[in-house]
Design a protein around this ligand. Structure first.
Ligand SMILES: Nc1nc2c(ncn2[C@@H]2O[C@H](COP(=O)(O)OP(=O)(O)OP(=O)(O)O)[C@@H](O)[C@H]2O)c(=O)[nH]1
Ligand SMILES: [Mg+2]
Length: 417
């Protein structure tokens, strides 16, 4: 495809490129494609200049785009490039569009032949796209009279304004298949490796079977030609002793994470089923960062506890009993808990300080991401049950240790508050 790699070091265990949705930035020269890419990345990745034709070859940049998660953004040369070389660049841009999951059609306010050509091309290739009307800060200045571009998002890449709405729009248009990362254990288990699964059989466990995340983990191990041992918290230490070496990964139920950590050698990667699900369903880095907000809670604060389904509450229900108890302990006093359940849209109350979402087993990744985008638009930190439970047991950093990006996001959010 002739795409230049940026000099960014490969992110250790980050999502492999093949699992990341690819998003192209297209438009005429000087529309601000590179400036928009930089605004999305939050760092100067592409060269921005007033000279038309600055970007010549497509440039791919892997990044975490919260709340979308890991993506590849593709900067391209202007579609209106001219001359013999220019035509070859245009060809490259068109080729780079092959296989992208979505596109941002960037315009400086004009909607003429180049924009129409691109819109036609994208439609023809069935690539969902958003029109980004950039340079909104220049509305009344040098720009030609802006045509009304239906549904265009107004953005100033230069000032970083409206960039969040672009990400939210991408979350809406990206096809489900592009966003889904099917293997729960992606990047975590070596082939031929061994995972230890710690599964409590308390009153909440269904009779005669295991719950979905546990089954999915076992299946993923087998698909990856790895093995797994499944045990209860009570048998776990004895099982470890019988092994000739430690397992490659330990995965436990969130509710027994503290005791599992205590029984596990320090160097063994360890996480919870909920954190694996959070990575699969949403953006783990953003959910980890959201957990930091719980540590800053004060008595009287409002926290939304949101569930994807409306299940029948159990005796020691996590959402209704355990998490409110945890929030009181963190805040050092009473916390105002607002429960939201079901698939319908829920308007977060203005006074809310944080949202704790369930694992979202009944909602799609896309729905989960839309909820995250909604919270983000309101500058409301969102975390999830599994992350919050590990935080409450004082072992969140350990449970995030297999996911360096998420661990870094949590630490950064903690420092920022
Ligand atoms: N006022 C204003 N200027 C912008 C904005 N975004 C980009 N620019 C300016 O527009 C010019 C072109 O920006 P680029 O990001 O290089 O545009 P591009 O679409 O990548 O252009 P090529 O790579 O040449 O095709 C630069 O001088 C930027 O500073 C914006 O939001 N507001
Ligand atoms: Mg450029």
């Amino acid at each position: 495809m002739g795409v230049a790699e940026n000099a960014e070091p490969q992110e250790g265990r980050g999502a492999p490129r093949g699992l990341r949705p690819h998003i192209a930035l297209v438009g005429r020269r000087n529309a601000g494609k590179s400036a928009l890419l930089n605004a999305l990345a939050g760092q100067p990745v592409s060269i921005v200049s007033e000279t038309p034709g600055t970007t010549t070859d497509p440039v791919a940049k892997t990044m975490e785009l919260s709340p979308l998660g890991p993506v590849v953004l593709l900067d391209t040369a202007g579609i209106d490039d001219e001359g013999a070389l220019g035509e070859r660049r245009v060809e490259r841009t068109k080729n780079a569009l092959r296989g992208v999951d979505a596109a941002l059609l960037v315009t400086d306010g004009r909607w003429d032949a180049p924009e129409r050509e691109l819109a036609g091309l994208l439609a023809e290739r069935q690539i969902p796209f958003v029109v980004v009307r950039n340079k909104a800060d220049l509305e009344h200045a040098e720009l030609p009279e802006a045509e009304t571009i239906h549904g265009a998002l107004r953005v100033s890449a230069l000032k970083g304004e409206g960039v969040g709405a672009v990400v939210a729009a991408l979350a809406r248009i990206l096809p489900e298949a592009a966003l889904r990362q099917p293997p729960l254990l992606a990047g975590l288990m070596p082939a031929g490796g061994l995972a230890a699964l710690v599964v409590p059989l308390d009153s909440g466990a269904p009779k005669g079977r295991l719950i979905q995340p546990q089954v999915q983990t076992i299946r993923d191990c087998l698909d990856g030609r790895a093995s797994c041992l499944v045990t209860t918290p009570g048998e776990y230490a004895a099982m470890l002793e019988r092994l000739a070496g430690p397992p490659d990964l330990v995965i436990c139920d969130s509710q027994v994470v503290r005791e599992t950590v205590a029984a596990t050698p320090h160097h063994v990667p360890l996480t919870t089923f909920s954190i694996l699900m959070a990575r699969l369903k949403g953006d783990l880095a953003a959910l980890a960062a959201g957990a930091a907000a719980l540590e800053g809670l004060r008595p009287g604060d409002t926290v939304v506890i949101q569930e994807g389904c409306s299940h029948h509450p159990q005796a020691d229900d996590i959402g209704r009993i355990k998490l409110p108890r945890l929030l009181r302990a963190l805040a050092g006093g009473d916390v105002n808990v607002v429960m939201a359940a079901g698939a319908a849209f829920f308007a977060y109350p203005a006074q809310a300080r944080a949202v704790i979402h369930c694992g979202g087993c009944v909602i799609t990744r896309r729905q989960m991401l839309e909820r995250m985008a909604e919270a983000r638009a309101r500058r409301l930190p969102m975390t999830n049950y599994g992350v919050a439970l590990s935080l409450g047991q004082g072992v969140l950093e350990r449970a995030l240790s297999p996911f360096p990006e998420a661990l870094a996001a949590y630490r950064a959010a903690r420092e920022a508050q």
